[in-house]
Design a protein around this ligand. Structure first.
Ligand code: NAD
Ligand code: ZN
Length: 353
């Protein structure tokens, strides 16, 4: 069955409208324009008498744009934008409307292109304008790599209370449970790889769009995806040391349940347990970067773990959060996007591209 023409872009003014239709097939999209010109004469700078005009059918997006570009379509009210063309349309609009003079119009376009109150378009503009952007990630960044987070519905904590396991007390008093928990987390990591979102952040660093990633995650996926400037605020699960004499040991020794070969002490991952201090170097670098940033973007964190949850409030720049669900701190953010990193970041990347 032949595919139907769908609305790709519809804009309207008083008594007139321009609609770009598209139909997709194996060979890609084809486009056609309908113009209802009763009142468009004003903006088209020439008199019009006919009511509805149809264009020829064209085969490429560039030609489709030429069909609508006979009119300053971006100055009309956006009514509908096909999701597949949201980023393309948004880029055309942003190239033509200045944020200072047309902030409201841009927000309207962003809402129609991306939904969600226009937040995604707004964030893309902030990212372009920002001289210094810092990303702060949490466990939600890695759920799409199949690493469960701690606090959302499918988190670890439903079965195991982390406060009883990820603590120095557990290490000292209940080492077998402590060991079992981290052995499970290390083994779980073996077959997992970074997600698309991790790779997008690495690309943004290379493109100069972001300065660094400060992360609460201990899985090492940011570096594995190619991010260079990464501050691991909660350490790493990928290296092991002796809790007593601090000598390094191997993952294999830890998984096998061995004791420290130097002093017989208990082995543990190099991550921060509840009640322990954060690694000073990572903390200070993250803090310095966040303080002077124009923009801090939190991705996938419930912002319940202190002191990292205080970091967004310490910047003098703008703050944005991308998280699957509401957090208690949503109100302090300039931009809030509720969505999965794996869906929001590719969209943002396309818009920025
Ligand atoms: P958290 O579990 O408290 O919160 C995660 C948040 O991410 C939740 O609000 C959840 O709704 C959201 N989320 C889940 N999937 C998402 C997705 N695909 N896209 C966007 N958001 C998503 O985690 P936290 O705030 O990082 O703090 C908890 C502690 O957990 C930290 O100390 C961290 O060290 C540790 N932790 C690390 C890992 C890891 O290294 N991958 C995994 C679990 C926990
Ligand atoms: Zn030791």
């Amino acid at each position: 069955m032949a595919n139907q023409f769908e609305v790709v872009l519809e804009v309207g003014g008083e008594g007139g409208s321009i609609t770009l239709y598209g139909v997709s097939s194996e060979n890609g999209w084809r486009f056609s324009r309908t113009t209802e010109e009763s009142a468009l004469g004003d903006i088209a700078d020439r008199p019009t008498d006919s009511l509805v005009r149809k264009s020829k059918v064209v085969d490429s997006w560039e030609e489709a744009l030429q069909l609508v570009q006979r009119y300053p379509w971006y100055r009309l009210s956006p009514r509908k934008v096909h999701p597949d063309f949201a980023a393309k349309v948004w880029k055309e609009v942003v190239n033509r409307l200045d944020w200072m003079d047309h902030g409201r119009d841009l927000n309207r376009w962003s809402r129609v292109c991306f939904g969600d109150g226009g937040a995604l378009g707004e964030l893309s503009l902030l990212m372009k304008k920002s001289q210094s952007t810092v990303i702060l990630t949490g466990a939600g960044m890695s759920t799409e790599s199949d690493i469960p987070d701690f606090r959302s519905k499918d988190g670890w904590w439903r079965n195991i209370d982390p406060t009883t396991v990820a603590t120095v007390d557990a290490l000292k008093e209940n080492y077998s449970l402590f060991h079992e928990f981290y052995q499970m987390r290390i083994e779980n990591l073996e077959s997992r790889v970074p997600s698309g979102g991790h790779y997008i952040l690495a690309k943004w660093e290379e493109q100069g769009l972001i300065d660094c990633v400060a992360t609460q995650n201990v899985d090492g996926f940011h570096q594995a995806a190619g991010s260079k400037e990464v501050y691991e605020l909660h350490g790493s699960i990928r290296t092991i040391r002796c809790h007593d004499c601090q000598s390094p040991a191997s993952i294999d020794e830890f998984v096998a349940g061995d004791r420290c070969s130097q002093c017989g002490g208990k082995l543990r991952p190099n991550l921060v347990l509840f009640g322990e201090l954060l690694p000073r170097d990572a903390w200070e670098r993250a803090l310095a970067a966040i303080r002077q940033a124009d923009l801090v973007v939190v991705i996938g964190s419930s912002l319940q773990v202190s002191p990292v949850n205080t970091l967004p409030s310490l910047t003098s720049g703008k703050v944005a959060i991308i998280n699957a669900e509401e957090t208690e701190q949503d109100e302090m953010f300039d931009i809030v996007i509720h969505g999965k990193a794996g869906e929001v970041l590719p969209k943002l990347d396309e818009v920025l591209g």
